[in-house]
Design a protein around this ligand. Structure first.
Ligand code: F6P
Length: 368
């Protein structure tokens, strides 16, 4: 790799998260400042399979985007080059391994390094590509905060802020109508968004995947409030939560796609209404948690991650992901970041706080 002029490439993969544009800007400006050239690969790893999707990034391309949601590079959660979905006429979609083609294109374009911005799926692909010789640095993003190796990912704070505001707003209408509101939040197999926003917005019940719930405990909590004159309740349910005797609720899954979670909110609401006789409504917050401007925390974290990724490329350290270990941004091997999902530890301070505040977590622990 020539020290003077380098050609680096960036992609954004998986579900979008507020802060992606901030990290792109940070990478582009930090690279241009070093006299490097920056290529933007559109739609995750897709642009390295179809190189017409590659664009040159200059100062103008990243002007005024720090505060914008989404990603100027586009993204997809269906472009895993190791399991790429193809559809031949008159047959079911099949998954094929196109990783060697990707490596060939990367070398042909004479790219010196790839900065891959993404969640667990994108970091696992990055780890495998690193083993195939691609000089790669990962940048962790996901609203779910489920990536190991970093204390937090950007996008998470924005999602929690949006969810907290939504739950805050439900309190008044719930109280006015003496109803139960069940709010289903994203987070996949981890309960970070539900727990942090539920505790912050004083929900009465918070159900997360890490603690399978007993619907009787949920209904007891609602009826106990009723007995104390609190004739409304807010139940926050992570999309990955499941009853002790049941499964997570998922919708469809096409070839090369992740399982889509969702539906547990309605299930909980139906059971609560049936068992308590209380009028119950469901709100599924969905992609509102991912849309719009990043919070200040997420912007700054994204900018810090972007600049740190470029410094990592400058040092020629590859096969790693930048990570937050407050107050520092450091790097961890991609292997460490991807070997296990980061779920909420059951002894975490936030869980203990929820219990001390009398919030029902759907189990019998914490009952007085
Ligand atoms: O991983 C981020 C996330 O928003 C999850 O919380 C959610 O389960 C999933 O993506 C939704 O994916 P899609 O955008 O494909 O519906």
């Amino acid at each position: 790799m020539s020290q003077s002029r380098r050609r680096i490439a960036i992609n954004t993969g998986g579900g979008d998260a507020p802060g992606l544009n901030a990290v792109i800007r940070s990478i582009v400006l930090s690279s241009l400042g070093r006299g490097w050239e920056v290529l933007g690969i559109r739609k995750g790893y897709e642009g390295l399979l179809d190189t017409s999707k590659i664009m040159q990034l200059d100062r103008d391309s990243v002007r005024g985007i720090t505060h914008l949601g989404g990603t100027i590079l586009g993204t997809t959660n269906r472009s895993n080059p190791f399991e790429y979905p193809i559809k031949l006429p008159d047959s079911e979609p099949q998954l094929v391994d196109r990783s060697s083609e990707l490596v060939e294109n990367f070398n042909r374009l004479q790219i010196d390094a790839l900065i891959a911005i993404g969640g667990d799926g994108s970091m696992s692909i990055a780890n495998r590509l690193a083993k195939m010789g691609i000089p790669i640095v990962g940048v962790p993003k996901t609203i779910d905060n489920d990536l190991s190796g970093t204390v937090v990912t950007f996008g998470f704070d924005t999602a929690v802020t949006v969810a907290t505001e939504a739950i805050d707003r439900l309190h008044s209408t719930a109280e006015a109508h003496e109803r139960v509101f069940v709010v289903e939040l994203m987070g996949r197999y981890a309960g970070w968004i539900a727990l942090n926003s539920g505790v912050s917005a004083t929900a009465d019940v918070v159900l997360i995947p890490e603690i399978p719930f007993d619907i009787s405990a949920v209904c007891d909590k609602i009826m106990d409030r009723e007995a104390h004159g609190r004739r409304f309740s807010i139940v926050v349910v992570a999309e990955g939560a499941r009853p002790i005797d049941g499964q997570m609720v998922a919708t469809d899954q096409g070839a090369g796609r992740e399982v889509r979670l969702g539906g547990i909110g309605h299930q909980v609401a139906n059971e609560v209404q049936e068992r308590t006789g209380k009028e119950t409504r469901t709100v599924v917050l969905g992609h509102l948690q991912r849309g719009g401007s990043p919070t200040t925390f997420d912007r700054l974290l994204a900018l810090r991650f972007g600049a740190a990724a470029v410094r990592t490329v400058a040092k020629e350290t590859f096969g790693v992901m930048v990570a937050l270990d407050p107050p520092n941004v450091l790097t961890v091997p991609l292997k460490v970041a991807t070997e296990r999902m980061k779920c909420v530890p059951l002894d975490s301070d936030t869980i203990l706080t929820a219990r001390d505040l009398g919030i029902c977590l759907g189990d019998s622990e914490g009952e007085t």
